[in-house]
Design a protein around this ligand. Structure first.
Ligand SMILES: NC(=O)C1=CN([C@@H]2O[C@H](COP(=O)(O)OP(=O)(O)OC[C@H]3O[C@@H](n4cnc5c(N)ncnc54)[C@H](O)[C@@H]3O)[C@@H](O)[C@H]2O)[C@@H](O)CC1
Ligand SMILES: Nc1ncnc2c1ncn2[C@@H]1O[C@H](COP(=O)(O)OP(=O)(O)O)[C@@H](O)[C@H]1O
Ligand SMILES: [K+]
Length: 568
């Protein structure tokens, strides 16, 4: 697990550090510049002993200040350095001004323009125009130069460009390009940089929207702010509760850095770690210590569609079984009974013709989780099934109420019927992809797809949080940047980017398996938020473990090896 910060949180952290008197802003800027130089040599080790040429594009704020530090440090190592400034040096903030003056003792500063930049080629280019302080669209010379660097004139700088903190123009909270009419929804923009060097922590915008596509490789450099990060183990953490303990700023145990937590803007000085909560059943992923018969691991019921449409539910059911639900039953309409019976073995089969049959089956209190939607159909039968499922709350110790995953067709049905939507309760999980999300929450989706006119821009995190609050349940908004939010505002990003890139997951049926994973964990007693985030993370882990060529059927079959590797 890695904490992602917003720009405002990063500023509070820096302010807290500076106000403590233990470090100055100038020292932080020096460390940031040093971090960039280190990252350059890590990426291009051959340049360590072979100085090159570099163009450094400096902006009017502290991002530009970092650029002047890099200029000075590389010049000191024998590099040929061209420095271009956008803005008035007299108006630079104090630390940036100091570094500007230090640089001016070494070399000239040219006014930033596309023409000046094109006067000679450089081996590397450093974008120090704007970082976390971007508030409005790029304009003038900055806009010209950034669009030139992005290939407007047919040149490709993407293998030679290093961004300090962020590609300039990117909103570090939302991963959206401020001022562009691109929604930041789809990954339809080419890579901008080879490397982006962030400080202390990644920002949310590095992982959602266009952020991951533009940043290239993301490197995070420590600038010594740990003491202001509340990293001490939680008072509640039991010895041995490994998933929740952070050491040296890194999580240990099964919540690895890949599970990214996004924290609320108001929680910085409170407790920004993943909080240990007694009773969370992480350690039971491998079933240890969790009862001794199949029903003590829960019973999941997954409803199937009719003849010829049973594949999606079978995939979900297989996922639920592999993730450890003790019993998984497929609820099948009579017309599909033969089709399903011929395909399954460990799964159980129940004839569920209509809503009244479902209500009767749900009288069995041992059914602890339910999944509706994959292949279900959006006809009257489907609608009645969703209603019956939402009515039959059941009892599920230690929580009141049976958990219900609503995916695919079930989402379409609740988007068409306000009364059904109003029946959602705190044990539901909605798992929309972007299209389903827009059907369910059209006004929220419109905010997300409207051009970002200023920063911080409305983000997928904002949208998912707002949706969860409105629905009154957990919403898992799918995509390579899956965002999971609870009505309380708790939010996680499960990112399949950078080292976790798993484009093979974009394959038919993988969403059905995810719904099954979530249902299986819910059946076993995971709370909705825990079930959603754990399932999303294991889903990507399975795709990574299997690799290219993955089809949805492979996901549940890869899970045992993934669980084994976790030593759960
Ligand atoms: N916060 C921290 O802890 C640290 C910050 N550092 C650097 O400081 C950066 C943040 O510095 P700042 O807050 O000064 O912000 P930036 O340097 O990102 O830019 C902000 C300045 O540009 C103006 N501005 C915003 N959008 C503009 C636009 N489209 N066109 C023209 N001007 C625009 C703002 O009014 C402000 O003056 C970080 O990205 C990082 O590079 C580092 O020095 C390390 C420590
Ligand atoms: N490029 C990608 N990288 C990683 N995961 C992806 C990518 N595209 C889609 N996914 C994931 O694949 C799954 C697709 O689900 P969904 O859209 O419901 O498809 P289906 O209905 O065919 O199963 C989701 O979990 C989504 O997060
Ligand atoms: K930048």
């Amino acid at each position: 697990m890695t904490e992602l910060l917003t720009a405002a949180q990063m500023r509070s952290l820096e302010t807290a550090a500076i106000e403590s008197g233990e470090v100055t802003g100038l020292e932080l800027m020096e460390r940031a510049g040093r971090g960039v130089v280190e990252a350059v040599f890590e990426e291009w080790p051959a340049y360590r002993n072979a100085p090159q040429s570099v163009a450094i594009l400096c902006g009017p704020g502290n991002n530009g200040g970092d650029g002047f530090v890099v200029a000075r440090l590389l010049y000191g190592k024998g590099w040929q350095v061209g420095v271009f400034l956008c803005g008035d040096p007299e108006k630079l903030p104090p630390d940036a001004k100091t570094n500007y003056e230090l640089w001016v003792a070494d070399g000239p500063v040219a006014e930033l323009s596309e023409k000046a930049l094109r006067a000679m080629p450089y081996t590397l280019y450093i974008d120090a125009l704007f970082g976390t302080g971007l508030t409005r669209p790029l304009e003038g010379a900055a806009k010209d130069v950034i669009s030139h660097m992005a290939g407007r004139n047919g040149d490709d700088f993407s293998d030679a460009l290093i961004c300090i903190d962020a590609p300039s123009g990117l909103c570090t909270d939302s991963g959206r390009i401020v001022g562009s009419d691109s929604s930041g929804f789809a990954n339809d923009i080419n890579r901008f940089a080879k490397l982006t060097v962030a400080f202390d922590s990644p920002k949310a915008g590095h992982f959602i929207g266009h952020g991951p596509g533009l940043c290239g490789k993301l490197v995070v450099k420590d600038i010594g702010l740990q003491n202001w990060r509340c990293f001490q183990p939680s008072k509640n953490a039991k010895p041995g509760s490994r998933p929740f303990v952070l050491r040296d700023g890194k999580a240990v145990g099964i919540l690895r850095p890949q599970m990214l937590e996004l924290i609320g803007p108001d929680r910085l000085v409170d407790d920004i770690r993943y909080r240990y909560q007694p009773g969370w059943p992480w350690d039971s992923l491998g079933k240890a210590g969790w009862g001794n018969h199949k029903y003590s691991h829960g019973h999941a019921l997954i409803l199937s569609g009719g003849a010829g449409k049973t594949g999606a539910a079978r995939l979900a059911a297989r996922g639920a079984l592999r993730i450890g639900a003790g019993v998984v039953t497929l609820g099948v309409p009579p017309v599909a009974q033969m089709e399903v019976a011929g395909q399954i073995t460990a799964l159980m089969l129940r004839r569920i013709e209509d809503a009244s049959a479902l209500t009767a089956v749900l009288a069995d209190k041992r059914i602890t989780a339910l999944c509706l939607g994959p292949g279900m159909g959006i006809d009257q039968r489907g609608e009645a099934l969703v209603k019956a499922a939402l009515e039959a709350r059941g009892f599920h110790p230690p929580y009141e109420g049976r958990s219900v995953v609503l995916d695919a067709d079930a989402l379409t049905l609740i988007s068409q019927d306000e009364a059904l939507f109003g029946m959602l309760h705190e044990r539901c999980i909605l798992t929309p992809h972007a299209g389903e999300f827009a059907r369910l929450f059209p006004d929220i989706a419109a905010k997300l797809t409207a051009p970002a006119v200023s920063g911080p821009a409305y983000s997928k995190v904002d949208a998912t949080r707002e949706a969860a609050k409105r629905a009154g349940c957990v919403v898992l908004f799918k995509g390579p940047d899956t965002v999971i939010a609870a009505p309380s505002g708790a939010c996680r990003i499960s990112s399949a980017h950078y080292a976790r890139a798993a484009p093979w997951l974009a394959t038919a049926g993988s969403g059905d398996v995810l719904a099954g994973f979530i249902t299986g964990l819910l059946a076993r007693g995971f709370a909705p938020m825990q079930a959603a985030e754990t399932a999303a993370w294991l889903h990507v882990d399975c795709a990574l473990a299997f690799g290219p060529g993955l089809i949805a059927e492979d996901l549940p079959e890869t899970l045992p090896a993934v669980l084994r590797a976790l030593e759960v």
